[in-house]
Structure formats: C-alpha cells, structure tokens
Design a protein. Structure first.
Ligand SMILES: Cc1ncc(C[n+]2csc(CCOP(=O)(O)OP(=O)(O)O)c2C)c(N)n1
Ligand SMILES: Cc1ncc(C[n+]2csc(CCOP(=O)(O)OP(=O)(O)O)c2C)c(N)n1
Ligand SMILES: [Mg+2]
Ligand SMILES: [Mg+2]
Lengths: 324, 337, 337, 324
C-alpha cells in the first residue's frame, strides 16, 4: 500500500471521496424530486479515481473533465456550495447558472470544465500542458476520459499529439464498463484501452479504480515523469458506476445484480475504510468525522441552492464576448 | 388514422421502410442498446427511444449499435450509401456535428457533384435539435442553417407526427443525403397518423393557417408558438397565415412569396441562431423577389446571438415565444411603407 | 510605408506580435516545416509561405509544427488559450473545418458564456478561403458564414494588405476566439503597409468608394470585382458606394445602413454559398431595419447553390465577377418601388 | 517470392505499374507546362503498393483513396484516357471535369474517389465493407492511408469501428516518410504505424512497399481473412515518393540526395524487373512491350485531353441533387 500521502492528506482524500458520494446522492434525490433541471450524470462509485489523481495536483495543474464531472470538480478543490448552486441553475453558481452540471468549471482551481461533448476534453487538456510547458509554470494537463470516449477520434489525436510534442500531459481513462447503454467489451475493439493508449507511445499503468492507493501511486509516477519533462503518460482505471448513465436511466442494459454486486463488493469508500483501518493509518473516529462533515456540507449546499436567486433575463446576453 | 406521438410516428416510418427495403439499415450509438452489457437487448432504442423495438424485428445486422465515434458513423453510412445500402445514421444531438461534419458536408454532400453525377448517396442523418430541456450550450442548438448552407444536402424539420412520418419516408427513399432534424421537445406531441405508408415530398411547405393580414413562417416547435400567437392576434382582429416550410433545403419559397403577395407582411420565426440563419435567408429571398408587394419591414424572431444558457429562467428568455411573435406582427402592422 | 504583399503583411503582423508578447505562439501543419525530414528547417512557413522565417526567429517552442490532426490542433490551441497562451492556430484550408469544428464552435466559442464569464479564449484561427485556384470542391470554399452563425466567435475577412496586418494584430490582442480568413488568391496582392504596428478594430467597415446611387457591400476578393464594376458603372453615370465590412462578426451594420439611407439601393456580393449565407444575413438586416429607405429590391450576387467545380470554365462561371455586379446594380436601378 | 499471380497477371501488374509511372511523368510535365490546373500530387514511386493491393480486387471490392490517387485509380482499372481528361478538366473526363485530380472517382470500378481531405476515406471504406457484408456481395472495402493521414482521428475511428463490427475492411498504410514537409518520424508519435494499427485489434503485416511481391502476398492474406468473415486487417507498406508533395513543391524539407538515392536504389519498377528476370518469370521483351504500351497509352491520353472540350456553363448547376 505504498502511498506518498501523509496523515492529513489521507484524511483530506477520504473527506473528498466522501463529499463526492454525499454530493451525488443528494443530487440524485433532488433531481428525482424535480428540483434540478437538465441532464445529470453521477460520479458515485468512481471517487477513488478523481481523488487519487487530483491528490497530486495544484491549482497550476489543469484538468479537462467529462459530462460526469462533479467528482473531478470536488477533487480539484471547487467550492461545493457554488457547484450545487450551479447545478440548480442559480445566479451565484460557479458559472452564473449558465453552465449547469454538464459545463461546470472553475478555472481558478485549474478545472477547465465538465464537457458535454464526448472526447471534448483531451485536446483541451494537452493545450493546458502546452501552456504550462511554454510558460514554464511546472504544471501539467490531465484529461479524464471514459471508456466510451476512448473511441473518439479527438481522444486518439490528443494522445498522438502529446507524444509528438512531448507534452506534460496525463490521460486518465476511467473504464466503468459502459458508454451509455453499450458495454466497453463491444465498443473498444481491442478490448484493452490501456494497451492501445500505450501503443501511441507512452507508458501506461492499469489499476483497479476502486483502490485509491493504486490510483494514487500510478498517478505519482506519471506526474513525476510529466513534470520532469519526460512526456505524457496514461492510466487506465477500472471503475464502477453506481447509478445509471444519467439520473432517471432505467438501466435495462445491465442487470440489477451487477449493480448490487458493485455496491456491495466494489465500493471504493468501503475499501478505503477497511484498508486504512487495517493498517492503522486512520482511526474509525477520524473517518466518521469526515462522513458527518461531508453530509453536513452537502446538505447546507442544497439548502443554499434552494434559497438562491435565479439569474435575471439581463444576464442572458452577457458573457458572450469580452465586450458584452 | 391513429393518434400517436411524434416519436412513434418516426418509429413507424423506419419500421415500414425497413420492412419494405432491406437495404435500409439504422446506424448509431445505442440505437438498440445493450450490446456488451449484462442486461437486455433492445434496451434503449436510441436515447429518446425512437428506434425502440427495431432491433427485435430486424436484428443487429440492420440495427447497428456503434462505439462513440461520430466521424466513423457518418463516414461509414456515407460509404455504405454510395455502395448499395440506404442507411439511416443517427447523430444523437445536432450539437455533435462538430466531430463529424466533414463526412457529411465534404463527403456525402459532394459526391454526386464531384463525381460528375455518377454517385448517389441515399443517406438520412436523423438528429435532434432544440432548446427547452435545460441541457445548455452543447445539447440544445438548432444548427440546421449550417446544413442548409451546404449545396448537396437536404434538410427536413417536421413540426408534427403526420409530417414527421411522411417526410421521413420520403427522405429514406430519396437518393440524396438528408439531414432530418427532430425537435426533442416535440417527441411527445400527439397527432393523427395513417397506419399505412405515405410520402410527403420534401420541398413543399404546409399552410397551417390562413389569414390575410400577415404571413408568419415558422418551423418545428415554433409552429405551435405561431399558432398561439395567431389566436391572440385573431382576438384583436388580425388574421395570420402561418406557413411551415417543413424542409428548409429545398425551401418552398413559392408558397411563402404567394402568401406575402397577399398579406404584404412577413414575420419569420426561427429557433436557430440569428446570424446567417434561416430567418435572414427567407428575409433575403423575399427582399429580393417580393420587394414590391411588401408593406412593412420584414421581422425576424429568433433567439439572441448567444449560446443556449442552462438556467431555466435564462433558457425561457432565450427561446422565441408567442408573445414575441405577437409583438413582431404588431410592429409590421404599424409600420406601413 | 512600404509596398508589400498580403502574405508579407500577415507575416509582419505575426512577427511583431510574437516579438511583443511571448505568449503568442503559432501552431499548425508545416507552419515551419521540415521536422523529421532530411532537408532544411524553416522549409515551408505554411503551405502558402505566410509564416516563413518565424521559426528561425522564435524557435520550435513557439512555431509549432504538428501532425495532421486538426481536432487536436484546435483543441490544444483552445486549451492553451484558456490557460495563458495566446495561440495562432492554422487551419490550412477552411474546408477542413469539418474535422475540427467541435473544438472551435462548441469549445472555444462557448467557454466564456458556459463558464459565466470566467474564461477567456484568446485564440486566432488563421485559415484560407476562396475559389480561383482550380482546387475544386474541398479546397475552395468560403465557409465563413458557418462561423459567423456561431455566437462567441469573431470572423475577419481582409481584402488588402493594410487591413490584413492591422486586423490580424487586433485579432491576436483580442480576448475572444477569432476566425481569420485569408483569401488565397489575394496573397500576392500588393499594397502599402506601415512598418510599425497598428490595429484596425474588428467591427468597423471600410468605405472603399463613395457614390450616391447604390451601395455595394463586398468582401475579400469581391472588393476588387466591386471596384471594377463601379468603374464600369461610373462610365455610365452611376456612382457606387462600396463598403468592405472587413469583419462579419461583429458586423458593422451601422455603416451599411447609413449608406443605404443615402443611396436607397443595396447589392451584396459574397463568394460564400447563397443559402443562409452572408448576403442574406445583410439583406435580412436591411430589410428589417432600413426598409423605409429602400427604393428597390435588395440584390445578392453569390455563386449558385452548388459545390465548387474543378474545371476552369466552370469555376470561372461559378465565381461572382464584375459583370454580374454591374447587372445586379442595373437591376436595382430599374426597379423603383 | 511467393506470388499467387500467374504469368498473365504478372504482366498485367507490371503493365499497370508502368502505366502509373508514365501517367505521373506526363502529368508532371503537362502541369509544369501550364496545361493542368489546380493541385496535383503524384504517385510515382509507390506503384507497387496500389498494384499489389488491387491485384486481389474485383469491381465488387471498393477502395477509398487519397489526394495522391492516380495510382489507385489505374490499379483499380479506371480508364486512363478518361482520367487524363478529368485531370485536364474536360467535359468527358471521368467526373465530367467537376472533380479533377483530387476527386477522381469511378464507382463502376469500385474506386470511391480520391479524397482531398486527409483521413477522409477510411470511414467511407468501412462503409463499403458494411454494405458488402449486409448485401452479401462477398466484396471488401479497402482504404489507402498515408503516414500523415495515419494520425487523423477519422482514421483511428475507422480502425476501431471495423474491429468492433468485424467488417471486411483492409487498411493499407502507405508510409512514404512525409506528410507534406513533415517527416513521419516526428508526426507518428509511436514511430510505428503498423503496431499502432495492430493495437486496435487487427492483424497487421509490415512490408517493403517497393517490393511488389511482398505487398501482393500480404494483401492476399488480409483479403482471405476479410472475405472469410474474420474481420479487418492492415498492411503498412514503406514507400518512396519520387516527386515533391505536389507538382511544383521546392522540397526544401528533404535532401536531394535522399531523392536520388530513392530513385536509384528503391525504384519498385527496377526492382520488379530484376526480380522477374532473375527468376525467369517474365522476359525482357515482355517487359519492354509493357513499357512501350504504357507510354503510348498515356501519350494518346494527353493528346486526347488537349483536344477535348471543356464543360459549358450549363454544366455548372447539374449533378447537385438527383433532381438537378
Ligand atoms: C460527441 C458525443 N457523442 C455522444 C454523446 C452522448 N453521450 C453522452 S455521455 C455518453 C457515454 C460516454 O461514455 P463514457 O465515455 O464511457 O463515459 P461514462 O458515461 O461512462 O462516464 C454518450 C454516448 C455526446 N455527449 N457527445
Ligand atoms: C484534413 C486535412 N488536413 C490537411 C490537409 C493538407 N494536406 C494535403 S496532403 C497532406 C499530407 C498528407 O500526408 P500523407 O497522409 O503522408 O500522404 P502523402 O502526401 O505522403 O501521400 C496534407 C497535410 C488536407 N488535405 N486535409
Ligand atoms: Mg464509461
Ligand atoms: Mg506520406
């Protein structure tokens, strides 16, 4: 269980994972109650990946995200309340209510945006890597990519470009087995996302995405290489999606047994808990505190979101150009 | 006749055509659903359920789920169309055109011309348009003008179940690439639809309502708003003609101009972006070819020049509605030349 | 002032901006050339030689050759723009937008709005437009209307070396994504250009010629044809105003409308496709906002609704020319309202 | 030198290669004399690839080509005279003068068009494979792809789709070392086009593209697999480009020594000649006859093209839609 994290960092990591879970559970509920508009895709089940990856990143490092972006945001340090307001479409939301769940972003935190275009982010993330390299910030660019998105031409192009230009970029493939209702066994012709990424000419580590420590370690290596100028790397993390593709998805394409099995035996939070308790790294109390705080923070965010004001129609035509 | 939703009318059109002609295939992401998963087959029928049940009847050889790979979908469909199939390719949201436009506009659209008339590309791209579902900037656009701009493409935008079925059948039987735009808010709209097959020829506008004071041209979801507006106006003694072009390429300018010759006033309602869009396209035609009969400025009712916002309050302000149409009509009534 | 080609004027603009601000980088295929080959470095400077010499001065860190991978080029440039660089990305021909449009119109164009005003994307996409080189359907298009349609993008189309330099400098310093369209037939056009830096603000039309009988709006290569036409017309006693909008998004409608108020007649000349194009866009604006002053129908001079043909005889018939402009002007003079 | 071709087929193959060379040499000359409009990319040097590949194809098999498409056309059986007329922009050209060199096509011969969009053809070719499969024609779809085009997203997507759908498709990578003025060593991040294609989940053979017999054999295997329903395959053929990227290219990005070395020691025609003579498969006379016929046919085509009529302006607005 090699972890480069110290005690406080471990607590933070667990707290973030727990916050993501609480956040997604609340969003699910609020959506089903009709309080959240639009399409919402939940990250629950994949927490260890976002948090394990972002544990190594500062605000100078940039991430490009996906339609399933809440977890990436929280792991990258976005404000939970401002996120919730955004998802509710409120004026004080992280994006003024103009973005919503699928376009949530916080450039100050290096979170370049959820992206409602599958494969939208990888080219952007290598752009951040280029900027970091040229400006000498020491930062890196990270793209989160689903198994479905791994088949998109934009993703492949970004992989090749990153190698050709030797960019400090890291591609994190979150393989949760499905792109909407299509299994990755069918959609990824090669059957091996990691190997394919590797064939583009970069080192790849494949890890169990429910194992925070494995993700964290793989990312430590990739970050080291990227920061020291050795070019891009990739991680394939096998992941689990606890909810449907979107909230409201009847999920006829997968068996309920699969889902209950995932929740029972492949819950990254349970796994983390038992691992740190077993090894004595953290105590039950410390973990419980995080559980409580996470729920409290999210509950407060929901209340705030419900009380917050909508944008007004004068906001409709601002933020189009620098001039208006 | 039975009363069905636009979703079901489209499903009928595909089903009947697939029965009639085995060269017709459906290609797209989750157009059946369930491949490679642990659950049911025929699990989705597309994200909006439009093709539900087709894989059960026609099998996976003809209802073809794909990876998420729109360039390959459109290109594969175009290549198959020029070599003997008659594919219907689904582009889940028209907003995704940016990852596959080349295969549509530089390839499929141009084969016939580039190859001196020796190629046909009987391809239908079914896609969804429209705001109203709070799906924000990348899932709510009405980008049909981008396709109408391109010579070699036909573009269809039905506003009701009857038209949807007849136009989709016509599109499938057509030998040119057709972009078939389904407004997602209209999928649940009900209407009377014959059970048998019928074609509505592309390029013929529908006169939805007749009145002598003003001509309102409106498409897709805007037709309903135009009807609302017409009722409000009728209460004030203003009688509107409403024309639904149904297809914007080819565009039935004749019907529009005939009406304007009668009314002398034109309002075009369009959910697409205002710049270089359909509203201006029609206005430009009329200002050139029916200028002499115009009694007032041509009014265009469109969203502002902004991306589609997420927040419901903003989105509601964004989408043209009956009030804005009424205002536009009244403006044309005031300003005599 | 020195007399230079449009190619050199553009080169100067890039060179001066790259000297002034090291965040400015150039990204594209063969923008320097020679990487991985057995010959010289700085071997091409882009296929039209516009960036020749830049890599020698600024090095490969800032003049970045790439694989053939337009989505990654545009996306990388957009991502770099939102994180601190000010990239100029080259799209060799505007015709290639179909393989990378998403990164331009759904990403770069929408960041500011989607993210509530908290992102800036100072990106310039330099690209080439226009027919005339017998490069047929996939290398001759003038697709700028597709970009003007999209809120969040700015679109520039210079017609001469002076404007090209000043507008490119303005575009590079601008904090929004700009599509900078260079007409390939104009690269060798000569003109007087100050050696020092200067900006021409986007959104200000240029009045190329003044006359009271008719307003001709023309862009890029069409400006030259309009001037030719104006001379022919002047010989018959008809005096034309020619307006070159220079940028079509933002578009300086004020200047156009002021002129139409004086002349009462409008002809718009546009090399783009006619449907949902710029000619109709301008016509639509005028038909709505200056209807009262119009004395005649608005005429649009554009190519036909076909792809660009290869054969010189066909291509010559395709491109609008001075004769067609003269005819259009004369038609507006005949038809009084 | 395993070749599945018989004596007559060998003569035909040589004749086609020779015709391509003669064709390109004439086009070069005529272009430089100002008789051919537009952009022209010559196939000279790569003849063994087109001919080795197309030797296994009938009219039921379809090929998608590139901007450098003359060789593919001739190998696929297009009429040389009609091709020349097209390249001259004449009304009786293969595409009525509307396409030109970059859009030359002949659907009756299964030639789906040169393509002026790099990466344009691979998706189309898998479409032809799909059609062949669904219609049960027994045909296959073949895409020719340059080393530069191997980096385009559309190419990658086509590879994956062909594997996922198990299509009878063959991807022929013609690695002539350059995409315009950029070397493939830089542009292909992995440095290995064949291995990357293989990582998509298909068998790949790498061959010397100046060796007709090697290409021919590799293609025989791939065709066998594709026709018997075993799915797609790929060939990477190392190729040589005798002329510049386009006619008129000053070629400053490569050394003149490289080119003279290629022409001297890596000319597929010379290699073929010496191989068949050595092994006694063909005689000098037979080969010389082909040389003469090729030149005669091409010369006649040029004369015909020069004498032919242009399209008239009424042709401008035909062939846009089925209706006009
Ligand atoms: C270009 C594009 N194509 C299709 C979609 C529709 N879509 C949204 S999410 C999704 C599935 C993505 O799967 P994956 O990458 O595995 O991510 P996951 O949902 O599993 O997190 C699809 C097909 C889209 N948004 N953009
Ligand atoms: C999408 C696109 N990008 C760029 C170009 C310009 N272009 C034409 S050919 C070419 C080089 C292609 O290289 P390669 O695939 O190796 O083929 P080769 O020219 O060597 O035969 C380029 C960049 C294009 N036509 N289309
Ligand atoms: Mg997935
Ligand atoms: Mg090459």
């Amino acid at each position: 269980m090699g972890t480069p994290l110290n005690h406080d960092e471990l607590i933070t990591a667990y707290g973030q994972m727990r916050t993501i879970r609480a956040f997604e559970e609340s969003v699910n509920e609020e959506f089903l109650d009709g309080n959240i508009p639009g399409f919402v895709h939940l990250y629950a089940g994949q927490e260890a990946i976002a948090v394990g990856v972002c544990a190594h990143l500062s605000d100078e490092d940039k991430i490009g995200s996906t339609h399933r972006g809440h977890g990436h945001c929280i792991a990258k340090g976005c404000d939970v309340r401002a996120m919730m307001l955004e998802i509710f479409g409120k004026k004080d939301g992280l994006c003024g209510g103009k973005g919503g769940s699928m376009h949530i972003a916080d450039l100050d935190r290096g979170m370049l945006g959820a992206n409602a275009i599958v494969g939208g982010a990888p080219p952007l993330a290598i752009g951040a890597a280029l900027a970091a390299k040229n400006l000498g910030t020491g930062g890196i660019g990270v793209a989160f990519i689903g198994d479905g998105a791994s088949n998109q031409g934009t993703t492949f192009e970004a992989l090749n470009m990153a190698v050709a230009l030797k960019l400090p970029a890291i591609f994190v493939f979150e393989n949760n087995g499905y792109g909407e209702g299509t299994g990755h066994d069918f959609a990824v012709g090669s059957g091996d996302i990691g190997a394919l990424a590797g064939a583009f000419g970069m080192p790849v580590t494949c890890v169990d995405g429910t194992d925070f420590f494995a993700v964290c370690e793989a990312m430590a290596d990739a970050v080291d290489r990227a920061r020291s100028g050795d070019g891009p790397g990739a991680i394939e993390a096998k992941a689990t999606r606890f909810y449907g593709h979107y909230v409201g998805d009847p999920e006829r394409y997968r068996s309920s047994i699969e889902v209950s099995e995932l929740r029972e035996h492949h819950d990254c939070l349970k796994i983390f808990r038992s691992r740190v308790l077993e090894s004595g790294l953290l105590t039950e109390n410390e973990l419980d505190d995080q559980d409580r705080e996470a729920v409290a923070e999210v509950d407060a965010a929901v209340l705030a979101a419900k009380a917050a004001s909508d944008p007004t129609s004068s906001d409709l035509i601002t933020d189009v150009y620098a001039g208006y | 006749m039975t009363t069905v939703s636009m979703r079901d009318a489209l499903n009928q059109a595909m089903r009947e055509e697939m029965r009639r002609d085995e060269r017709v295939v459906l290609i797209g992401e989750d157009v059946s659903g369930g491949l490679g998963g642990t659950g049911e087959d025929d699990a989705m029928g597309g994200v909006f359920g439009v093709s539900q049940g087709l894989v059960s009847e026609f099998g996976r050889e003809r209802v073809i789920d794909t990876p998420i790979t729109e360039s390959a979908i459109m290109g594969m469909a175009a290549g198959a169309a020029m070599t003997g199939l008659r594919p219907i390719a689904e582009l889940m949201f028209i907003d995704f055109m940016g990852v596959c436009f080349d295969q549509i506009f530089n390839q499929a659209a141009k084969f016939r011309y580039m190859f001196g008339g020796k190629a046909a590309t009987p391809l239908v791209v079914r896609t969804t348009i429209g705001a109203g579902f709070r799906t924000a900037a990348q899932h709510s656009q009405s980008l049909y003008a981008l396709f109408a701009h391109i010579p070699g493409l036909k573009v269809v935008i039905p506003s009701n179940p009857y038209d949807a079925k007849g136009l989709l059948i016509d599109a499938i039987r057509d030998d040119d690439p057709v972009i078939f735009c389904e407004h997602k808010v209209l999928y649940d709209t009900m209407g009377d639809v014959p059970e048998e097959s019928y074609r509505i020829p592309m390029g013929e506008a529908n006169i939805v309502r007749s009145g002598t004071d003003v001509t309102i041209v409106a498409l897709a979801r805007m037709v309903g708003f135009a009807l609302e507006a017409a009722e409000l106006l009728a209460a004030k003694g203003v009688e509107s003609t409403i024309i639904d072009p149904r297809t914007i390429s080819p565009l039935d300018m004749e019907t529009i101009i005939e009406s304007v010759e009668e009314t002398g006033r034109l309002v075009v309602v369009d959910e697409g972006y205002p710049r270089c869009g359909l509203a201006s396209d029609i206005a430009g035609e009329v200002a050139e070819h029916a200028f002499g009969v115009l009694k007032a400025p041509i009014k265009r009712v469109t969203p502002p020049h902004t991306p589609v916002p997420f927040s419901p309050t903003l989105e509601d302000a964004y989408i043209p509605d009956a009030c804005r149409i009424v205002d536009a009509v009244q403006a044309t009534l005031k300003q005599e030349r």
